[in-house]
Design a protein around this ligand. Structure first.
Ligand SMILES: Cc1cc2nc3c(=O)[nH]c(=O)nc-3n(C[C@H](O)[C@H](O)[C@H](O)COP(=O)(O)OP(=O)(O)OC[C@H]3O[C@@H](n4cnc5c(N)ncnc54)[C@H](O)[C@@H]3O)c2cc1C
Length: 442
């Protein structure tokens, strides 16, 4: 083991991928003595007064066994049980816009992992983030909030200078971009590789879909057939609605619809609720997005009467949502030389952005952090700049093919779930209807 001072790793982004990497380093005695992770996030500390918690918190994220296993190994199993919600059976429906509905099949163990003996676990995004960040702090890690990185410079001694919006800067040995789908660290890498093509390669591709996400109160309709623990998948004419239980007795829901063009603006529009009548108080829960406010309201109104087997209608669900988020769905897997350059590397959504039909945005962020820590461990006995670069290259080589495979599956699942052609609609309907029920719970 090296007797030198630990190398500093600046991790930009303290949501899911960033804190998981910090935990992997702080939990391993060899990595801990070789590296000092420091987390930075542009958002204010969660829960701070005056900070707009609702706007930055997101709705819910799901984690399958591949994401749960590394978290269990980090000693988070009990916290996951307390703050997440393990889903029960999944029922698929076909519904119209006027309340008509038909149950197609029910699977008791649709998302069950035999290895871990668990189903998929859903969290409110902010609950998962808090769980990870609290553990980082417990292990003595540093987390700085309201610290937005604005630019980076490669220094001649192999270090990188990180410049922050507050005017401060820091020279670091290793720079990790865990700063999401619109990563500024990715911009830095792409620029270093080829500045003429950097801006074209930076933006993830629009996939012809728009997503609405919400977390709502637990409102069971009188006589509703579903249990709180059930998940639902509802085929609609122009897309689908997925919903399921979340922690604290809430219901999460995702409405994914086809859309011809991405919104023209790239930043949130200033918009004012068109009506604040009691009947449509839900409008104030809409978080400003790239979409004009009225377009979001109109689409939700159209879906007001869609049947929901737990709350009665989709209108009841969005009517009790504490936040409604709308975003164009984008996807892109950046190549290995686009997610690593020298001693800079990307993890999580910054390195690949996938549609929600993958169900793996969060799971892959956890996987990335775990694989990167494993590669660093192989070289931790003499962490000189060259060895770090070798570790980062090995990480990037391992992740690109896996991300590509999952992104293709997400694209296929999106076509299957939302394609409005007659063939696909029929295929979707009959293959769901002909699938026999499995009602025996593990
Ligand atoms: C506001 C928000 C809401 C989301 N809502 C949902 C949702 O409802 N459902 C869902 O499935 N997924 C959602 N996601 C995506 C989901 O969190 C990710 O797919 C997944 O968990 C991978 O996480 P990540 O840590 O790689 O990136 P992200 O979760 O995107 O986190 C990136 C972090 O980097 C920080 N950051 C960005 N730029 C900078 C900068 N220049 N300097 C410092 N910090 C920076 C951001 O504040 C953020 O905390 C959301 C992401 C965000 C940012």
């Amino acid at each position: 083991m090296s007797s030198k001072a630990p190398k500093t790793i600046a991790i930009i982004g303290s949501a899911i991928a960033g804190p998981t990497l910090a935990l992997q380093i702080l939990s391993n005695p060899v990595l801990r003595s070789a590296f000092r992770p420091v987390l930075f996030d542009q958002a204010g500390a969660p829960g701070l007064e005056g900070h707009n918690e609702k706007n930055r918190s997101g709705a819910s994220v799901g984690i399958f066994a591949n994401g749960l296993y590394p978290l269990h190994r980090l000693g988070l199993e009990d916290a996951i049980r307390k703050r997440g919600y393990e889903c029960g059976k999944l029922t698929t429906w076909s519904c119209d816009y006027a309340g008509g509905h038909e149950r197609l099949n029910t699977q008791a163990n649709a998302m069950w992992s035999h290895d871990l003996q668990t189903g998929v676990v859903y969290f409110e995004r902010r609950a998962l983030q808090s769980l990870l960040v609290e553990k980082v702090k417990e292990l003595g890690g540093d987390v700085f909030w309201a610290k937005k990185s604005t630019s980076f410079q490669a220094l001649t001694n192999g270090q990188t200078r990180v410049n922050f919006a507050d005017g401060s800067d820091m020279a670091v040995d290793l720079l990790v971009g865990a700063d999401g789908g619109f990563s500024s660290v990715r911009k830095f890498i792409l620029d270093q590789r080829n500045s003429t093509t950097a801006s074209d390669r930076w933006l993830p591709d629009f996939m012809g879909l728009t997503g609405f996400y919400g977390v709502s109160a637990n409102i069971k309709a009188k006589g509703a057939p579903a249990q709180f623990s059930d998940s639902q998948l509802i085929w609609l004419d122009q897309g689908y609605l997925a919903s399921g239980p979340c922690s604290d007795g809430k219901i999460r829901w995702d409405l994914v619809l086809t859309e011809k063009k991405s919104p023209s603006s790239n930043s949130p529009l200033e918009s004012i609720p068109e009506s604040t009548t009691d009947a449509e108080r839900w409008q104030s829960a809409i978080i400003p997005s790239q979409y004009p406010y009225n377009s979001t309201v109109d689409i939700l109104r159209k879906h007001n009467n869609v049947y929901h087997p737990y709350s009665g209608t989709l209108g009841e669900l969005f009517g009790t949502a504490d936040r409604i988020i709308r975003t164009p769905l984008r996807q892109r897997v950046w190549k290995q030389d686009e997610i690593q350059c020298g001693s800079t590397v990307l993890i999580g959504d910054a390195s690949r952005l996938m549609m929600p039909t993958s169900g793996q945005g969060t799971g892959f962020a956890i996987e990335d952090a775990t694989v990167l820590a494993r590669e660093l461990l192989k070289h931790a006995s003499s962490p000189d700049t060259d060895k770090i670069r070798v570790a980062l290259e090995a990480y990037a080589r391992a992740r690109e093919p896996r991300s590509k495979k999952m992104a293709s599956m997400a694209s296929f699942a999106a076509s299957w779930s939302t394609n409005t052609g007659l063939f696909w609609k029929g295929f979707r309907y009959y293959s769901s209807k002909l699938q026999p029920d499995t009602l025996e719970v593990k």
